[in-house]
Write a protein that binds this ligand. Structure first.
Ligand SMILES: Nc1ncnc2c1ncn2[C@@H]1O[C@H](COP(=O)(O)OP(=O)(O)OP(=O)(O)O)[C@@H](O)[C@H]1O
Length: 252
């Protein structure tokens, strides 16, 4: 049985259809890249996976369970907007990510010490150890984004949801974060859903690339029909989509 099962999911806001007939089965540990035109419902799909909102129709089941009614710590997310706590230092932001599931959100004694050590190891990996005691407002946009990624990864969710996580990063840092994400995923067997506008990135990191698009379009009423998954590419073979592999076979 698949780990994440999305069956005939529809979503609409008011009378505007956003998504329709979305069906997909995902195995545990798969890395799913999601691409599609702006506004076609990719973030909406992530929010439904996170159980931040319920589908208008259809079911999303995770590990055989029924659709969750609210977010739980099995899932994590890097929001498009920075999701760090402004009143906590960089190090405290990472420690906080470990304490989400404790009563009152606090860690004490030995647990806090271990969490602080892990936070320092994470700071090293995301290249923010030199600003550990600063507050997020004093960091550049890219640094804040790295902190948000580190925070989501610290929580080590079974499912990691990333919404354009590397958008604000310079090319060098982006490549570093790619390596880091792949290492972390190998260590934890996390299932990852990542929305990106960069196709190359989608194919490089993903095992599969899902394309969201509207198969039906009413020019008089753009909100009439929703988007669905129109392509499901296997990206494991060096990131070559099926069509190109077929072309190569024909010309060989
Ligand atoms: N809570 C909401 N209420 C009403 N409309 C919404 C709501 N959330 C999203 N929308 C609309 O639904 C559509 C899909 O939004 P969504 O953010 O999922 O698209 P997206 O594919 O992630 O876009 P982008 O690539 O630009 O981030 C948009 O037209 C958006 O304005």
């Amino acid at each position: 049985m698949s780990f994440v099962s999305v069956s005939n999911v529809w979503q609409k806001y008011g009378n505007r259809s956003i998504l329709e007939r979305v069906n997909v089965e995902i195995d545990e540990g798969e890395f799913i890249s999601i691409v599609g035109a702006s506004g076609c419902g990719k973030s909406t799909f992530l929010r439904m996976l996170l159980a931040q909102e319920r589908p208008h129709k259809g079911e999303i089941s995770i590990d055989g369970g029924v659709t969750a009614k609210e977010p739980n710590r099995e899932r994590g997310v890097v929001f498009q907007k920075y999701s760090v706590f402004p009143h906590l230092s960089v190090r405290e932001n990472l420690i906080a990510a470990e304490s989400f599931d404790t009563a009152f959100g606090r860690l004490s004694g030995e647990k806090r010490k271990t969490a602080a050590e892990r936070a320092d190891a994470m700071l090293e990996r995301i290249g923010l150890n030199h600003v550990a005691d600063q507050y997020p407002a004093s960091l550049s946009g890219g640094m804040q984004q790295r902190l948000a990624i580190g925070q989501a990864m610290t929580a080590k969710p079974r499912i990691l949801l990333l919404d354009e996580p590397f958008g604000a990063l310079d090319p060098g840092t982006r490549l570093q974060m790619h390596d880091f994400l792949l290492e972390l995923r190998d260590e934890t067997n996390m299932t990852v859903f990542m929305v990106t506008h960069d196709l190359q990135e989608g194919f490089k990191l993903g095992d599969r690339v899902l394309v969201f698009d509207k198969p039906r379009w009413d020019p008089h009423d753009p909100g009439m029909y929703g988007a669905t998954i129109t392509y499901d590419f296997d990206a494991r073979d060096g990131g070559i989509p099926f069509q190109l592999k077929e072309d190569a076979d024909v010309s060989a």
